[in-house]
Ligand binder design. Structure first.
Ligand code: NAG
Ligand code: NAG
Ligand code: NAG
Ligand code: NAG
Ligand code: NAG
Ligand code: NAG
Ligand code: NAG
Ligand code: NAG
Length: 366
Protein backbone atom coordinates (compact mmCIF):
# COMPACT_ATOMS: atom_id res chain seq x y z
CA UNK A 1 0.00 0.00 0.00
CA UNK A 2 2.30 2.64 -1.27
CA UNK A 3 0.09 5.59 -0.48
CA UNK A 4 -1.45 4.17 2.70
CA UNK A 5 -5.14 4.56 1.99
CA UNK A 6 -6.20 1.64 4.32
CA UNK A 7 -7.89 1.06 4.86
CA UNK A 8 -16.47 23.42 1.47
CA UNK A 9 -20.42 27.06 1.08
CA UNK A 10 -20.44 30.74 0.72
CA UNK A 11 -19.22 33.08 3.47
CA UNK A 12 -22.79 33.96 4.39
CA UNK A 13 -23.77 30.35 4.93
CA UNK A 14 -20.65 29.72 6.94
CA UNK A 15 -21.58 32.58 9.24
CA UNK A 16 -25.09 31.30 9.84
CA UNK A 17 -23.69 27.86 10.48
CA UNK A 18 -21.36 29.19 13.15
CA UNK A 19 -24.16 31.05 14.86
CA UNK A 20 -26.33 27.94 15.01
CA UNK A 21 -23.69 25.94 16.82
CA UNK A 22 -23.43 25.98 20.56
CA UNK A 23 -20.31 27.71 21.79
CA UNK A 24 -18.80 24.38 22.87
CA UNK A 25 -18.49 22.94 19.36
CA UNK A 26 -16.57 24.48 16.53
CA UNK A 27 -16.33 23.43 12.89
CA UNK A 28 -13.77 20.65 12.84
CA UNK A 29 -11.00 20.68 10.27
CA UNK A 30 -9.05 17.53 11.04
CA UNK A 31 -6.38 15.38 9.44
CA UNK A 32 -4.37 12.23 10.07
CA UNK A 33 -0.61 12.15 10.23
CA UNK A 34 0.67 8.64 9.63
CA UNK A 35 4.05 7.94 11.22
CA UNK A 36 4.93 5.40 8.54
CA UNK A 37 5.01 8.10 5.83
CA UNK A 38 7.89 10.40 5.03
CA UNK A 39 6.13 13.60 6.17
CA UNK A 40 7.94 14.93 9.26
CA UNK A 41 5.72 16.37 12.01
CA UNK A 42 7.53 19.69 11.59
CA UNK A 43 6.40 19.68 7.95
CA UNK A 44 2.69 19.72 8.84
CA UNK A 45 0.95 23.04 8.20
CA UNK A 46 -1.03 22.81 11.44
CA UNK A 47 -2.49 26.30 10.97
CA UNK A 48 -4.87 24.78 8.41
CA UNK A 49 -6.47 22.49 11.00
CA UNK A 50 -8.32 22.55 14.31
CA UNK A 51 -7.58 18.90 15.18
CA UNK A 52 -4.81 16.52 14.15
CA UNK A 53 -4.63 12.78 14.68
CA UNK A 54 -1.32 11.07 15.40
CA UNK A 55 -1.41 7.57 13.89
CA UNK A 56 -1.05 4.82 14.98
CA UNK A 57 -0.81 3.24 18.40
CA UNK A 58 -1.97 -0.35 18.76
CA UNK A 59 -3.39 -2.85 21.26
CA UNK A 60 -0.94 -5.30 22.81
CA UNK A 61 -2.24 -8.83 22.35
CA UNK A 62 -1.11 -10.14 25.75
CA UNK A 63 -1.53 -7.22 28.11
CA UNK A 64 -4.40 -5.53 26.19
CA UNK A 65 -2.73 -2.24 26.97
CA UNK A 66 -2.35 0.56 24.51
CA UNK A 67 1.13 0.37 23.06
CA UNK A 68 3.34 2.64 20.99
CA UNK A 69 6.12 1.16 18.86
CA UNK A 70 9.50 2.08 20.28
CA UNK A 71 10.46 3.84 17.06
CA UNK A 72 7.38 6.04 17.46
CA UNK A 73 7.90 7.06 21.10
CA UNK A 74 10.00 10.12 20.37
CA UNK A 75 7.91 11.52 17.47
CA UNK A 76 4.62 10.84 19.29
CA UNK A 77 5.85 12.53 22.47
CA UNK A 78 6.83 15.60 20.45
CA UNK A 79 3.73 15.65 18.22
CA UNK A 80 1.64 18.19 20.14
CA UNK A 81 4.47 20.59 20.98
CA UNK A 82 5.79 20.70 17.44
CA UNK A 83 2.31 21.34 15.99
CA UNK A 84 1.70 24.11 18.52
CA UNK A 85 4.59 26.11 17.07
CA UNK A 86 2.48 26.90 13.96
CA UNK A 87 -0.92 26.72 15.67
CA UNK A 88 -0.96 27.25 19.45
CA UNK A 89 -4.64 26.23 19.69
CA UNK A 90 -4.29 22.92 17.84
CA UNK A 91 -6.01 19.93 19.46
CA UNK A 92 -4.31 16.57 19.08
CA UNK A 93 -5.58 13.00 19.38
CA UNK A 94 -3.71 9.72 19.49
CA UNK A 95 -5.25 7.27 17.04
CA UNK A 96 -5.29 3.56 17.85
CA UNK A 97 -5.46 1.17 14.92
CA UNK A 98 -7.99 -1.60 15.50
CA UNK A 99 -9.01 -2.36 11.94
CA UNK A 100 -7.70 -5.00 9.56
CA UNK A 101 -5.12 -7.31 11.14
CA UNK A 102 -5.49 -5.83 14.63
CA UNK A 103 -9.20 -6.56 14.86
CA UNK A 104 -8.81 -9.86 16.72
CA UNK A 105 -6.87 -8.15 19.46
CA UNK A 106 -9.62 -5.56 19.65
CA UNK A 107 -12.40 -8.16 19.81
CA UNK A 108 -10.61 -9.96 22.61
CA UNK A 109 -9.95 -6.70 24.45
CA UNK A 110 -13.59 -5.61 24.53
CA UNK A 111 -14.79 -9.14 25.32
CA UNK A 112 -13.70 -9.12 28.98
CA UNK A 113 -14.08 -6.54 31.76
CA UNK A 114 -10.47 -6.98 32.94
CA UNK A 115 -9.08 -6.55 29.40
CA UNK A 116 -11.17 -3.43 28.86
CA UNK A 117 -9.86 -2.02 32.14
CA UNK A 118 -6.24 -2.62 31.07
CA UNK A 119 -6.76 -0.88 27.77
CA UNK A 120 -8.83 2.02 29.12
CA UNK A 121 -6.48 2.88 31.98
CA UNK A 122 -3.35 2.61 29.84
CA UNK A 123 -4.90 4.68 27.05
CA UNK A 124 -5.76 7.57 29.38
CA UNK A 125 -2.34 7.44 31.04
CA UNK A 126 -0.52 7.41 27.71
CA UNK A 127 -2.59 10.26 26.29
CA UNK A 128 -1.72 12.44 29.30
CA UNK A 129 1.92 11.38 29.37
CA UNK A 130 2.43 12.36 25.71
CA UNK A 131 0.33 15.53 25.91
CA UNK A 132 -2.54 14.48 23.62
CA UNK A 133 -6.00 16.02 24.07
CA UNK A 134 -7.88 12.91 23.05
CA UNK A 135 -8.00 9.33 21.80
CA UNK A 136 -9.37 7.84 18.58
CA UNK A 137 -10.21 4.26 17.64
CA UNK A 138 -9.54 3.77 13.95
CA UNK A 139 -11.23 1.12 11.85
CA UNK A 140 -13.72 -0.67 14.10
CA UNK A 141 -15.96 -2.66 11.76
CA UNK A 142 -19.42 -4.02 12.58
CA UNK A 143 -19.12 -7.79 12.25
CA UNK A 144 -20.30 -10.84 14.20
CA UNK A 145 -16.83 -11.75 15.46
CA UNK A 146 -16.69 -8.40 17.31
CA UNK A 147 -19.40 -8.32 19.97
CA UNK A 148 -21.22 -5.01 19.42
CA UNK A 149 -22.87 -5.21 22.87
CA UNK A 150 -19.40 -5.42 24.41
CA UNK A 151 -18.33 -2.48 22.24
CA UNK A 152 -21.19 -0.48 23.76
CA UNK A 153 -20.08 -1.46 27.28
CA UNK A 154 -16.48 -0.60 26.43
CA UNK A 155 -17.47 2.89 25.23
CA UNK A 156 -19.49 3.46 28.47
CA UNK A 157 -16.49 2.50 30.57
CA UNK A 158 -14.01 4.50 28.47
CA UNK A 159 -16.10 7.67 28.88
CA UNK A 160 -16.56 7.01 32.61
CA UNK A 161 -12.79 6.72 33.09
CA UNK A 162 -12.12 9.88 31.08
CA UNK A 163 -14.71 11.78 33.15
CA UNK A 164 -13.32 10.47 36.42
CA UNK A 165 -9.72 11.26 35.42
CA UNK A 166 -10.81 14.81 34.57
CA UNK A 167 -12.49 15.27 37.98
CA UNK A 168 -9.38 13.99 39.77
CA UNK A 169 -6.78 15.87 37.73
CA UNK A 170 -8.74 19.07 37.18
CA UNK A 171 -7.84 18.85 33.49
CA UNK A 172 -10.30 19.14 30.58
CA UNK A 173 -11.78 15.75 29.64
CA UNK A 174 -9.94 13.92 26.92
CA UNK A 175 -11.84 13.77 23.64
CA UNK A 176 -12.96 10.30 22.53
CA UNK A 177 -13.61 9.60 18.85
CA UNK A 178 -13.94 6.67 16.51
CA UNK A 179 -13.20 6.35 12.80
CA UNK A 180 -15.97 4.20 11.52
CA UNK A 181 -16.43 2.04 8.50
CA UNK A 182 -18.71 3.92 6.13
CA UNK A 183 -21.98 2.06 6.82
CA UNK A 184 -23.33 1.90 10.40
CA UNK A 185 -24.78 -1.53 9.72
CA UNK A 186 -23.13 -4.31 7.73
CA UNK A 187 -24.66 -7.74 7.12
CA UNK A 188 -27.27 -7.04 9.81
CA UNK A 189 -24.58 -6.17 12.39
CA UNK A 190 -24.84 -2.60 13.66
CA UNK A 191 -22.57 -0.37 15.70
CA UNK A 192 -24.05 0.27 19.15
CA UNK A 193 -25.56 3.57 17.97
CA UNK A 194 -26.88 4.84 21.34
CA UNK A 195 -23.64 4.17 23.19
CA UNK A 196 -21.59 5.66 20.35
CA UNK A 197 -23.72 8.81 20.35
CA UNK A 198 -23.66 9.15 24.12
CA UNK A 199 -19.98 8.43 24.78
CA UNK A 200 -18.03 9.74 21.81
CA UNK A 201 -17.38 13.36 20.94
CA UNK A 202 -17.77 12.44 17.29
CA UNK A 203 -17.39 9.74 14.65
CA UNK A 204 -15.14 10.18 11.61
CA UNK A 205 -16.81 8.47 8.66
CA UNK A 206 -14.37 6.60 6.42
CA UNK A 207 -16.20 7.86 3.32
CA UNK A 208 -13.88 6.31 0.75
CA UNK A 209 -12.41 3.01 -0.49
CA UNK A 210 -15.96 1.93 -1.51
CA UNK A 211 -14.60 0.21 -4.62
CA UNK A 212 -11.00 -0.95 -4.83
CA UNK A 213 -9.11 -2.70 -7.66
CA UNK A 214 -7.94 -5.61 -5.50
CA UNK A 215 -11.56 -6.59 -4.75
CA UNK A 216 -13.74 -5.27 -7.57
CA UNK A 217 -13.16 -6.60 -11.08
CA UNK A 218 -14.81 -3.53 -12.61
CA UNK A 219 -13.97 0.15 -12.42
CA UNK A 220 -15.67 1.90 -9.50
CA UNK A 221 -15.75 5.35 -7.97
CA UNK A 222 -14.09 4.88 -4.61
CA UNK A 223 -15.37 8.01 -2.88
CA UNK A 224 -18.28 9.41 -4.92
CA UNK A 225 -20.42 11.92 -3.03
CA UNK A 226 -23.40 11.01 -5.19
CA UNK A 227 -23.35 7.67 -6.93
CA UNK A 228 -24.61 5.99 -9.98
CA UNK A 229 -27.76 4.06 -9.08
CA UNK A 230 -27.27 1.24 -6.56
CA UNK A 231 -23.59 2.05 -6.08
CA UNK A 232 -22.30 2.98 -2.63
CA UNK A 233 -21.82 6.71 -2.22
CA UNK A 234 -21.23 9.16 0.61
CA UNK A 235 -24.66 10.84 0.52
CA UNK A 236 -26.34 7.46 1.07
CA UNK A 237 -23.88 6.63 3.85
CA UNK A 238 -24.63 9.87 5.72
CA UNK A 239 -28.40 9.37 5.26
CA UNK A 240 -28.07 5.87 6.69
CA UNK A 241 -26.30 7.12 9.85
CA UNK A 242 -29.01 9.77 10.35
CA UNK A 243 -31.81 7.24 9.76
CA UNK A 244 -30.26 4.98 12.40
CA UNK A 245 -30.66 7.76 14.95
CA UNK A 246 -27.15 9.23 14.92
CA UNK A 247 -26.86 13.03 15.18
CA UNK A 248 -25.51 15.07 12.28
CA UNK A 249 -23.54 17.26 14.67
CA UNK A 250 -21.51 14.26 15.79
CA UNK A 251 -20.52 13.18 12.27
CA UNK A 252 -17.22 14.23 10.73
CA UNK A 253 -16.82 13.55 6.99
CA UNK A 254 -13.68 11.62 6.00
CA UNK A 255 -11.91 13.06 2.94
CA UNK A 256 -9.54 10.85 0.93
CA UNK A 257 -6.19 12.29 -0.11
CA UNK A 258 -5.73 9.29 -2.39
CA UNK A 259 -7.33 7.62 -5.39
CA UNK A 260 -7.21 4.24 -7.14
CA UNK A 261 -5.84 3.10 -10.48
CA UNK A 262 -7.41 0.17 -12.35
CA UNK A 263 -6.09 -1.74 -15.34
CA UNK A 264 -8.84 -1.99 -17.94
CA UNK A 265 -9.49 -5.25 -19.77
CA UNK A 266 -10.35 -3.27 -22.92
CA UNK A 267 -8.32 -0.12 -23.32
CA UNK A 268 -11.19 1.47 -25.25
CA UNK A 269 -13.44 1.39 -22.17
CA UNK A 270 -13.89 4.56 -20.17
CA UNK A 271 -16.98 4.18 -18.02
CA UNK A 272 -17.71 3.30 -14.44
CA UNK A 273 -18.39 -0.44 -14.32
CA UNK A 274 -15.96 -1.34 -17.13
CA UNK A 275 -14.23 -4.70 -16.77
CA UNK A 276 -10.87 -4.46 -15.02
CA UNK A 277 -8.08 -6.96 -14.53
CA UNK A 278 -6.74 -5.50 -11.28
CA UNK A 279 -4.75 -2.63 -9.83
CA UNK A 280 -2.33 -0.46 -11.80
CA UNK A 281 0.91 1.18 -10.62
CA UNK A 282 0.89 -0.06 -7.00
CA UNK A 283 0.14 -3.35 -5.28
CA UNK A 284 -3.40 -2.31 -4.41
CA UNK A 285 -3.80 0.44 -7.03
CA UNK A 286 -3.86 3.13 -4.35
CA UNK A 287 -2.08 6.37 -5.22
CA UNK A 288 -1.60 9.47 -3.14
CA UNK A 289 -3.06 12.72 -4.56
CA UNK A 290 0.46 14.11 -4.95
CA UNK A 291 1.58 11.09 -6.98
CA UNK A 292 -1.49 11.24 -9.21
CA UNK A 293 -0.95 14.94 -9.95
CA UNK A 294 2.72 14.41 -10.64
CA UNK A 295 1.95 11.45 -12.89
CA UNK A 296 -0.57 13.47 -14.91
CA UNK A 297 1.82 16.39 -15.19
CA UNK A 298 4.80 14.30 -16.24
CA UNK A 299 2.95 12.07 -18.67
CA UNK A 300 2.78 14.77 -21.21
CA UNK A 301 0.46 16.06 -23.88
CA UNK A 302 -3.14 14.92 -23.99
CA UNK A 303 -3.48 13.61 -20.46
CA UNK A 304 -5.81 15.48 -18.17
CA UNK A 305 -8.15 14.76 -15.34
CA UNK A 306 -11.80 15.59 -15.70
CA UNK A 307 -13.99 16.70 -12.80
CA UNK A 308 -17.43 15.11 -12.84
CA UNK A 309 -19.83 17.17 -10.71
CA UNK A 310 -22.60 14.56 -10.90
CA UNK A 311 -20.61 12.11 -8.80
CA UNK A 312 -18.15 14.65 -7.33
CA UNK A 313 -14.98 12.93 -8.44
CA UNK A 314 -12.07 13.37 -10.84
CA UNK A 315 -11.38 10.84 -13.60
CA UNK A 316 -8.25 10.32 -15.61
CA UNK A 317 -7.62 7.77 -18.34
CA UNK A 318 -4.25 6.93 -19.82
CA UNK A 319 -4.23 4.03 -22.27
CA UNK A 320 -5.62 1.10 -20.37
CA UNK A 321 -5.25 2.74 -16.96
CA UNK A 322 -8.30 4.29 -15.30
CA UNK A 323 -7.86 6.49 -12.21
CA UNK A 324 -10.42 8.15 -9.95
CA UNK A 325 -9.56 10.54 -7.13
CA UNK A 326 -10.59 13.73 -5.33
CA UNK A 327 -9.03 16.93 -6.68
CA UNK A 328 -9.63 20.41 -5.22
CA UNK A 329 -13.15 20.73 -6.76
CA UNK A 330 -14.28 17.43 -5.25
CA UNK A 331 -12.88 18.29 -1.82
CA UNK A 332 -14.57 21.73 -1.92
CA UNK A 333 -17.90 20.18 -2.92
CA UNK A 334 -17.67 17.68 -0.07
CA UNK A 335 -16.88 20.34 2.52
CA UNK A 336 -19.88 22.36 1.25
CA UNK A 337 -21.98 19.24 1.57
CA UNK A 338 -20.82 18.63 5.15
CA UNK A 339 -21.77 22.21 6.08
CA UNK A 340 -25.12 22.09 4.32
CA UNK A 341 -26.02 18.86 6.16
CA UNK A 342 -25.05 20.31 9.54
CA UNK A 343 -22.19 17.85 10.07
CA UNK A 344 -19.49 18.68 12.60
CA UNK A 345 -16.62 18.98 10.11
CA UNK A 346 -14.20 17.01 8.00
CA UNK A 347 -11.21 14.78 8.54
CA UNK A 348 -8.53 14.19 5.91
CA UNK A 349 -6.73 10.90 5.43
CA UNK A 350 -3.81 11.25 5.24
CA UNK A 351 -1.67 14.38 5.19
CA UNK A 352 1.48 13.15 3.43
CA UNK A 353 -0.58 12.62 0.25
CA UNK A 354 -1.54 16.27 -0.07
CA UNK A 355 0.32 18.27 -2.71
CA UNK A 356 1.77 21.44 -1.23
CA UNK A 357 -1.40 21.64 0.98
CA UNK A 358 -3.74 22.46 -1.94
CA UNK A 359 -6.43 20.04 -0.71
CA UNK A 360 -6.10 21.18 2.88
CA UNK A 361 -6.44 24.80 1.71
CA UNK A 362 -9.46 24.03 -0.48
CA UNK A 363 -11.98 25.33 2.04
CA UNK A 364 -10.07 28.56 2.58
CA UNK A 365 -9.86 29.31 -1.11
CA UNK A 366 -13.64 29.55 -1.29
C1 NAG B 1 3.07 -6.82 24.93
O1 NAG B 1 3.19 -6.68 26.31
C2 NAG B 1 4.00 -7.68 26.91
C3 NAG B 1 3.84 -7.56 28.41
O2 NAG B 1 3.84 -6.23 28.83
C4 NAG B 1 5.41 -7.50 26.41
O3 NAG B 1 6.25 -8.47 26.97
C5 NAG B 1 5.42 -7.64 24.90
O4 NAG B 1 6.70 -7.38 24.40
C6 NAG B 1 4.42 -6.69 24.24
N1 NAG B 1 4.27 -7.01 22.83
C7 NAG B 1 4.75 -6.26 21.85
C8 NAG B 1 4.47 -6.70 20.45
O5 NAG B 1 5.40 -5.23 22.07
C1 NAG C 1 5.07 -1.71 15.07
O1 NAG C 1 6.29 -2.23 14.63
C2 NAG C 1 6.19 -3.52 14.04
C3 NAG C 1 7.55 -4.02 13.78
O2 NAG C 1 8.51 -3.02 13.83
C4 NAG C 1 5.35 -3.41 12.78
O3 NAG C 1 5.19 -4.69 12.22
C5 NAG C 1 3.99 -2.88 13.15
O4 NAG C 1 3.22 -2.69 11.98
C6 NAG C 1 4.12 -1.57 13.88
N1 NAG C 1 2.79 -1.18 14.34
C7 NAG C 1 2.34 0.05 14.23
C8 NAG C 1 0.95 0.27 14.71
O5 NAG C 1 3.01 0.97 13.77
C1 NAG D 1 11.58 15.86 21.04
O1 NAG D 1 11.58 15.50 22.40
C2 NAG D 1 12.86 15.22 22.93
C3 NAG D 1 12.67 14.80 24.37
O2 NAG D 1 11.57 14.01 24.52
C4 NAG D 1 13.74 16.44 22.84
O3 NAG D 1 15.01 16.13 23.28
C5 NAG D 1 13.77 16.88 21.39
O4 NAG D 1 14.51 18.07 21.28
C6 NAG D 1 12.40 17.10 20.84
N1 NAG D 1 12.49 17.42 19.43
C7 NAG D 1 11.86 18.47 18.92
C8 NAG D 1 12.07 18.69 17.45
O5 NAG D 1 11.13 19.22 19.57
C1 NAG E 1 -2.27 -8.63 17.91
O1 NAG E 1 -1.29 -7.73 18.39
C2 NAG E 1 0.06 -8.18 18.18
C3 NAG E 1 0.98 -7.20 18.86
O2 NAG E 1 0.75 -7.22 20.23
C4 NAG E 1 0.33 -8.30 16.72
O3 NAG E 1 1.65 -8.77 16.52
C5 NAG E 1 -0.64 -9.28 16.12
O4 NAG E 1 -0.49 -9.31 14.75
C6 NAG E 1 -2.08 -8.92 16.46
N1 NAG E 1 -2.91 -10.04 16.07
C7 NAG E 1 -3.99 -9.94 15.35
C8 NAG E 1 -4.60 -11.21 14.94
O5 NAG E 1 -4.51 -8.88 15.04
C1 NAG F 1 -15.36 -14.01 24.89
O1 NAG F 1 -15.05 -14.62 26.12
C2 NAG F 1 -15.71 -15.85 26.34
C3 NAG F 1 -15.31 -16.34 27.73
O2 NAG F 1 -15.48 -15.35 28.67
C4 NAG F 1 -15.29 -16.84 25.30
O3 NAG F 1 -16.00 -18.03 25.47
C5 NAG F 1 -15.59 -16.28 23.92
O4 NAG F 1 -15.10 -17.13 22.93
C6 NAG F 1 -14.96 -14.92 23.73
N1 NAG F 1 -15.39 -14.36 22.47
C7 NAG F 1 -14.55 -13.78 21.65
C8 NAG F 1 -15.12 -13.20 20.39
O5 NAG F 1 -13.37 -13.69 21.87
C1 NAG G 1 -24.53 -11.93 12.23
O1 NAG G 1 -25.46 -11.57 13.24
C2 NAG G 1 -26.68 -11.08 12.71
C3 NAG G 1 -27.53 -10.56 13.90
O2 NAG G 1 -27.42 -11.39 15.00
C4 NAG G 1 -27.36 -12.21 11.93
O3 NAG G 1 -28.59 -11.76 11.41
C5 NAG G 1 -26.44 -12.63 10.79
O4 NAG G 1 -26.98 -13.73 10.11
C6 NAG G 1 -25.07 -13.01 11.33
N1 NAG G 1 -24.19 -13.21 10.20
C7 NAG G 1 -23.38 -14.25 10.12
C8 NAG G 1 -22.52 -14.33 8.91
O5 NAG G 1 -23.35 -15.09 10.99
C1 NAG H 1 -21.97 -10.29 23.62
O1 NAG H 1 -21.74 -9.69 24.87
C2 NAG H 1 -22.89 -9.69 25.72
C3 NAG H 1 -22.56 -8.92 26.99
O2 NAG H 1 -21.27 -8.44 26.98
C4 NAG H 1 -23.27 -11.12 26.04
O3 NAG H 1 -24.42 -11.14 26.87
C5 NAG H 1 -23.54 -11.86 24.73
O4 NAG H 1 -23.77 -13.22 25.00
C6 NAG H 1 -22.36 -11.74 23.79
N1 NAG H 1 -22.73 -12.31 22.50
C7 NAG H 1 -21.98 -13.16 21.88
C8 NAG H 1 -22.49 -13.66 20.56
O5 NAG H 1 -20.93 -13.57 22.34
C1 NAG I 1 -20.54 12.20 -15.05
O1 NAG I 1 -20.32 10.92 -15.61
C2 NAG I 1 -21.50 10.23 -15.94
C3 NAG I 1 -21.12 8.84 -16.41
O2 NAG I 1 -20.16 8.89 -17.37
C4 NAG I 1 -22.27 11.00 -16.99
O3 NAG I 1 -23.50 10.35 -17.28
C5 NAG I 1 -22.58 12.40 -16.46
O4 NAG I 1 -23.20 13.18 -17.47
C6 NAG I 1 -21.27 13.07 -16.04
N1 NAG I 1 -21.58 14.36 -15.42
C7 NAG I 1 -21.06 15.49 -15.86
C8 NAG I 1 -21.47 16.75 -15.14
O5 NAG I 1 -20.28 15.52 -16.80
Amino acid sequence: MASKPIFLLLPLLFLSFKLQRSSSQTWIKAGYWDSSTNLPISGINSALFTHLFCAFAFINSTSYQLQINSSNEQPFSNFTNILKLKNPSITTLLSILVGKSESTNFSLMINQTSNRKSFIESSVKTARLYGFHGLDLCGVVPKNSTNMTSLGAFLDEWRAEVASESRNSGKTQLLLTMSAQSMPIVNSVSYPIDSTKKNLDWVNIIAYDYYVPTVDSFTGVHAALYGPLSRTNTDDVIKEWLQRGFSADKLVLGLPYHGFAWTLVKSGDNDIGSRASGPAFTIDGSMGFKSIKSFIQNYGYGVESVYNSTYVVNFCKIGSIWINFDDVEAIKAKVSYAKAKGLLGYSAFQLSNDDNWVLSKAEKSY
